[in-house]
Design a protein around this ligand. Sequence first.
Ligand code: GTP
Length: 340
Amino acid sequence: MLSAAVILVGGQGTRLRPLTYQLPKPMIPVLNRPFLEHTLAYLKNYEVGSTILALSYLPEAIQSHLGDGANLGMPLNYAVEAKALGTAGAVKNAESYLESTFAVLNGDIFTDLDLGDMLTFHRRKRAKATIALTWVDNPCAFGVVETEGDGRVRRFTEKPSPDRVTTNWINAGIYILEPEVLRHVPEASHYMFERGLFPRLLELDEPVYGYPFSGYWLDMGTPEKYLRLNCDLLSVKVASHLIPGLSQDGIYCEADATIHPSASIASPVVIGGGCRIDQGVQIKGPVVIGAGCHIGEGASLERAVLWTGVSVKAGSCLKQCLVNRSEIGGKEQIIDFSHP
Ligand code: GTP
């Protein structure tokens, strides 16, 4: 059992601007539900004493939506930073909740990693810190982690240039830690795991281990990856514990949506409440349509995510895209991000 899990919800989501000007990245809808709710549903599968949200950017938006967690059936605590403290500084700020072995999750990661198995690994190795590792084709934009044969971490390299890549295993942003490591994190200062605490633990010869896993892992922090996550969930490449039992053949439509009988809808598709889909519309999944959208006559949608209240003009063709504004399209307008 983990005494606690801390979810880091702090960055400004710079790679998702302008979507994140008013909405913190973890509140962005994935299959019409805030991303963070998917993460919380994942955590609910494990025996976790308490869940703490470490917040720095637009904390009110998250606190007012989730409250004390009663609606989700899991008690939530908050550790809010007056100014951003960095990944390790944010966990230090939540230290009063952390009595024994706990987990830390980056708030923008979607994964099906087996946290129970990772905890068993952590215990077997008697590690002070265990870092989940995922394999990527091109590790140059990530923190690379070199390990010994037994999994003990030898070296960290942040964002290596191509000629300095020694392994494709990268830090997946999921950690299991012993509370005592937090004594190496300064109080109320900006401090990071990747460049601060973990290299410091290696210098001190503390047992830091890498836990490689081969399951699904995606950092949804860019528009392309955000779109991919929605599509992967709908295509059942990975499952969300928040919305179990999705099928690739599914057309999930809220009861009060109105769909013209001539509209053609090919799965997998999610259609939110109050949507209106007009004559001759063609929808080819994976497609997610937020609540209250209107899809005008003859429009076509393919591999697209529409947020709440979008009006797609008649005759528009939307392909491979994400729409968060209230009105889009027109007969002459083709929106296709697949070949930028
Ligand atoms: P953004 O796109 O700006 O969020 O940056 P990033 O995705 O590159 O985030 P980074 O890898 O720096 O951080 C990993 C996780 O820690 C993300 O979920 C961030 O939201 C979160 N995080 C980063 N800095 C802070 C911080 O100062 N405080 C808190 N609470 N969380 C943070």
